[in-house]
Design a protein around this ligand. Structure first.
Ligand code: SF4
Ligand code: SF4
Ligand code: SF4
Length: 167
């Protein structure tokens, strides 16, 4: 699958009808784009997108946010330490960090003992992945959710979400 981070947030927004019709129960298409990235909505939750004239956009969005079954596949989140500059965006933006680890909102957490749910921390100027088992992609009884916030928002394009087929 094409890497999501090759497509920035505005590209995702541009694939939406941009009418702010609210049929998705959100106030704007921008809010819907954010909900897509956070895994709170799926492309089919925008009713206008199901119309024939948006078929190309829907197909593209489905491809980007397709649910890959966890069964038989191992989730990996790779951090390219050559690219990572320790900016702390992934620490702040990961919804699991934000929900369970209020201390992570400072971004860095250099010497702080990590919370048991915490996914990222910055150590020695680089992001470190801690507890992948709490990633929202693995929540809900083994069904992955489509959260890709860390990958999409890393300003250095250093994070890549991958699946490997389990042996
Ligand atoms: S339903 Fe679709 S077009 Fe309407 S506001 Fe939501 S995202 Fe935008
Ligand atoms: S957002 Fe990207 S560059 Fe910034 S700390 Fe995280 S992995 Fe590194
Ligand atoms: S994909 Fe997982 S690690 Fe990345 S932001 Fe979402 S919950 Fe956090």
């Amino acid at each position: 699958m094409e890497r999501m981070s090759q497509l920035n947030f505005m590209d995702i927004y541009k694939l939406l009808p941009k009418t702010n019709c609210k049929e998705c129960d959100l106030p704007t298409c921008m809010a819907f784009a954010l909900a897509l990235v956070k895994g709170e909505k799926q492309p089919k939750d925008c009713p206008p997108l199901l119309k024939p004239k948006y078929k190309q956009s829907l197909d593209k969005l489905n491809e980007l946010f397709e649910g890959v079954g966890v069964g038989g596949k191992d989730l990996h989140i790779d951090i390219d330490t050559e690219k990572c500059d320790g900016c702390g965006v992934c620490v702040i933006i990961c919804p699991v960090n934000a929900r369970y680890c209020p201390n992570s909102l400072s971004g860095k957490l250099p010497d702080f003992p990590p919370n048991e749910y915490q996914l990222f921390q910055i150590k020695n100027g680089k992001s470190e992945l801690l507890n992948l088992e709490y990633c929202r992609r693995l929540e809900a009884e083994g069904r992955e959710r489509e959260c890709r916030v860390c990958e999409v928002y890393c300003p250095r394009d250093a994070i890549e979400i991958k699946y490997y087929t389990a042996k």
